[in-house]
Structures are given as C-alpha cells and as structure tokens.
Write a protein that binds this ligand. Structure first.
Ligand SMILES: Nc1ncnc2c1ncn2[C@@H]1O[C@H](COP(=O)(O)OP(=O)(O)OP(=O)(O)O)[C@@H](O)[C@H]1O
Ligand SMILES: [Mg+2]
Length: 313
C-alpha cells in the first residue's frame, strides 16, 4: 500500500533565484500527525504550498494518496485540506454559507449534518449566522479550519495554526487534531511553539535553510538527543573535582559551587543513588539538588545551531 504523502527529490528555486528547497524526501503514512519545525524562512510554507498546488516545484515529485500533484492535480487536491498561514477571510458571508460553499467547490454533494458537526467541534455553532467579518481573529481561524475540513480531506495541512491565538483556542486545536487522528485523517502542521509539536506529533521533521535535516519519531528524537542533567548545589565550594568522582559527564561548575552530572536520557543503567553515596562518602555536603530533562526546544535549537556551524566552514 502506498503512503498518503510521498515526496521525492523536491527542489524549489523562486524566480528571484532564491533556492528555498533542496532535495526534500519525505514519506508520510495515513493517520500520522507530522510536525514540521524550522526557523522563519526555513521553507515550511513553500513545501506546503507546493504539495497543495499553490506554488510550482522546480523539480522532483509529489504524490498525494498516489496522485501526482502536477499530472493528476484535481485528484491530488481533492484529498487535501489547507489552513494557510496568512488568513484571508474578511467576508460578508455567514459562517454557515462560507463553509457550505467551500464543500461545493470540491464538487461534493451538500451534507448539512457534516457541516453541523464540524462547526460544533470547532465551537462555531453559535456563530453560524454571523458574518465572517464580525468575528474575532481566533474565530476566523476556526472558520478557516472548518472550510478546510468541509470536503472531508484525507490530509489536513495546518500552517502555523496557533500563531497569535489564545491558550484556550490552542488547547481546542490540540483536541481537534486528536479527533481528526481518531477519524484517520493525516495532519501535517508547522509551528513555532515547540511544546505544540511535543504535545501532538507522532513524528517530527526539522527543516533548515531549505533542507530537511532530520525526520524522526518524536519519542525517539527526545531519547536519542535528549539529555538529563542533575545539579547538586554544594554547601561549600570545592577546589577541584575529586579524582574519586572522575566520571564521564560529571563536572564542577565554574564558580565551584555546583556539581553537574549530564547523562543520556536513554541510559537506564546510570545509578544516581550510587553517585550520591560516593559524594556523601567523600564528605561533600549539598544543600539542594535538581534534575532537568532537555526539552524538544533545546534539542531543536542545538540541532539548528550545529547545522549552521557546519555550513559556516
Ligand atoms: N514568492 C517568493 N519569491 C522569492 N522568495 C520567496 C518567495 N516566497 C518565499 N520566499 C523565500 O523562501 C524562503 C522560505 O520561505 P517560507 O515562507 O517557505 O518560510 P517558512 O519556513 O514558512 O517561514 P515562516 O516560519 O516565517 O513562516 C524565505 O527565504 C523566503 O523569503
Ligand atoms: Mg511559513
């Protein structure tokens, strides 16, 4: 069986001569929640726009549910719902009409029951007779999502779905994505809120300067690249690290007041109790201790920085 989305050797150079995408290869299976992370200008919107047929690729191939986006555009596009990064929704139409019309554009038979369900899921039911222009920004964004879902797409693209929206809409969005996932819809989203990717995604792709530098399972990414850190605040500063504590990953802070132990999250054999015992045996007293696990955000920043450094050479 083919994947719901298959991208191979995709390149994009804009007319200005700017190369926005370089050799993108990506396979997404049905029902996956995929988060695309990258800094401003990394190429996220360009990639989504190509898949949705808004921007032409320079070379390479994209198949949506087996349909080539160039030679079989209509069938490919019919599988896709898109909520673009830039909203353009100032309309005199009502919420109900806009969403119903949007379904019609895809040649689908009217389905008021479905539209009702979508509007209810998005907490827009009470506003269904309101003109779009009278809605708040967050509600307009919900209308865009309702429109994108109106023709029952197999893949939903959300380009920065929660940029500038309040916490409650963000939480609603996460809930909605979970409902879609349960229905078997594939969701591909871009976000600058890394905690959002951490919360929702099954897999994460990191794009940097037009290149997909990493694609991995979220949990694998976090255990592979994540570190844990144990910090002991000492009662009295140490002059140097005692040789008994010469252990990989253990260091003394610059001000000599903290012992810091960094270890891989995946390393389960590390015995913290033994380490603490050793420290106690040496008569070293600490007044406080804390641990921290690196977040997806730190992993992301480290990756992008190290990538930038490699290219500087
Ligand atoms: N029509 C265009 N013509 C020329 N260059 C463009 C065009 N559209 C985008 N670019 C450039 O391509 C690069 C990627 O832009 P893109 O919008 O895909 O980034 P993005 O990852 O979505 O960024 P953001 O997080 O800010 O939304 C940027 O350097 C941008 O300036
Ligand atoms: Mg963008």
């Amino acid at each position: 069986m083919h994947n719901i989305l298959s991208i191979s050797h995709l390149y994009k150079t804009y007319q200005s001569g700017f190369q926005a995408l370089k050799d993108i290869n990506l396979e997404i299976s049905k029902g996956e929640i995929f988060a695309l992370l990258g800094q401003n200008g990394a190429g996220k919107t360009t990639l989504i726009s190509i898949i949705c047929g808004i921007v032409n690729p320079s070379s390479g191939q994209v198949l949506v549910d087996g349909n080539n986006i160039i030679t079989n555009y209509r069938d490919a596009r019919a599988q896709i719902g898109l909520v673009p990064q830039e909203l353009s929704t100032d309309s005199f139409e009502t919420v109900w009409n806009t969403v119903t019309f949007s379904r019609g554009l895809y040649g689908k038979a009217p389905n008021p029951t479905l539209i009702e369900k979508i509007l209810k899921d998005l907490s827009l039911w009470d506003k269904r007779h309101n003109k779009i222009m009278t809605l708040s920004g967050g509600m307009k964004r919900r209308v865009m999502i309702a429109k994108a879902l109106s023709h029952e797409p197999k893949i939903l693209f959300l380009d920065e779905p929660t940029a500038g929206v309040d916490v409650s809409l963000r939480k609603d969005m996460w809930k909605l994505v979970n409902i879609l996932k349960d229905n078997g819809t594939t969701v591909i989203l871009t976000t600058h809120y890394i905690e959002e990717a951490e919360e929702m995604a099954d897999r994460i792709g990191i794009i940097h300067s037009g290149e997909l530098i990493m694609v991995d399972d979220k949990l694998a990414l976090m255990t592979k690249l994540g570190k844990k850190e144990l910090t002991l605040e000492l009662q009295n500063p140490l002059q140097s690290l005692p040789k008994e504590l010469d252990l990989t990953g253990l260091s003394l802070s610059e001000d000599k007041c903290e012992l810091i132990y960094r270890f891989d999250s995946k390393d389960e054999d590390i015995n913290i109790a033994q380490l603490l015992q050793k420290i106690a045996n040496l008569g070293i007293v600490f007044k406080d201790l804390h641990t921290k696990q690196s977040s997806l955000e730190e992993i992301f920043v480290n990756l992008v920085n190290s990538e930038a450094n490699t290219h500087e050479v």
